[in-house]
Design a protein around this ligand. Structure first.
Ligand code: SAM
Length: 298
């Protein structure tokens, strides 16, 4: 049965639609971070597909949610997705949750959602926490453009290549890291992206020992080495994008224009017109003009 992927009154009133798939975000630490809408959907769907039913059982019990749960294991995700899609086609409404945060963000669910789209099933997200966005929002680094790079590779060689490939990435980068690799990872980050690169370590977000520490890569590495507590818990690294060093030369064309204007006008006028015409930096053009004048005056 083909369906249009449009919201209905049922969604607006918080009552789940029959025969659709909800992608429900759950807390990344603090249980109060689940939305009333998420609770309502989890209470009223026919079935919850969970990454790990034992893990999610704890959350669901605390929220007094008694909906039946089935396990979505990564190794059987394709097979599982087909079963779930069949249930939805038969009219059931299903919610997908992961162990923490937003499903599909470094968590299973991709095959299920992909298949749902292929089968024209309505997929509706119930937005909520994600460590990626929580860390980014508090990091104090540029957020106008950023890239999420998931988990940093576990083996040293692969990890060094991974960071090296991102040396010139201009956007803010967000990585997930594990506590037992954080020291090696910061060491490799520092050697590949530069000791002075700004890095923010966001640890145990929304939990008792939440820590958000911003420093240069090398200083952060030394700080984590010196404090065993920083080597525990769940960690996100937010890294400043590459900033090209300011170029102190001007293009050949700009130099030609500047020379012509300097021959006819005062230094100030020549610089102003060259800046207007080229759009290049005034300071650089001014310094260049001075050096040309000095040579002409010699
Ligand atoms: N789906 C989750 C999300 O939306 O953020 C991510 C799941 S991924 C398997 C788990 C990783 O997310 C952890 O290893 C850690 O890097 C990060 N993470 C999850 N919860 C966190 C928290 N409370 N504080 C810091 N990082 C967290």
């Amino acid at each position: 049965m083909a369906r249009n992927n449009v919201s209905s009154d049922a969604i607006c009133t918080g009552q789940p639609n029959a025969g659709q798939l909800y992608i429900v975000a759950t807390p990344i630490g603090n249980l109060q971070d689940i939305s009333p809408r998420a609770i309502n959907v989890l209470k009223t769907v026919d079935l919850i597909a969970a990454e790990d039913t034992r893990h999610s059982g704890h959350l669901l019990r605390q929220l007094d949610i008694n909906t039946h749960c089935i396990a979505l294991h990564e190794h059987n995700e394709r097979q599982f997705a087909e079963k779930v899609i069949q249930k939805i086609k038969d009219g059931q409404t299903i919610a997908l949750i992961s162990d923490a945060g937003t499903p599909l963000v470094s968590d299973p669910g991709y095959f299920l959602v992909k298949l749902a789209h292929e089968e024209n099933i309505i997929v509706s997200p119930i937005p909520g926490p994600s460590a990626l966005i929580a860390a980014l929002s508090a990091a104090g680094l540029a957020t106008d453009r950023f890239c999420f790079e998931g988990f940093v590779p576990s083996k040293r060689g692969a990890r060094q290549r991974f960071y090296k490939h991102r040396q010139k990435e201009p956007r803010t980068m967000v990585f997930y890291e594990t506590p037992h690799r954080i020291i090696d990872s910061l060491q490799d980050l520092s050697s590949q992206l530069g000791e002075q690169r700004k890095v923010v370590l966001a640890r145990e977000l929304s939990k008792t020992f939440e820590t958000i520490k911003s420093d240069t890569a090398n200083a952060l590495y030394e700080w984590v080495v010196a404090d065993k507590n920083q080597q525990k818990g769940e960690i996100v690294l937010v890294v400043e994008g590459f900033k090209a060093p300011e170029c102190d030369t001007i293009s050949e064309e700009t130099e030609r224009v500047l020379r012509v204007l300097l021959a006819e006008l005062s230094l100030k006028q020549a610089v102003k017109l060259t800046v207007d015409l080229s759009g290049e930096k005034k300071k650089i053009i001014y310094n260049f003009a001075l050096s040309i004048k000095d040579k002409l005056d010699e």
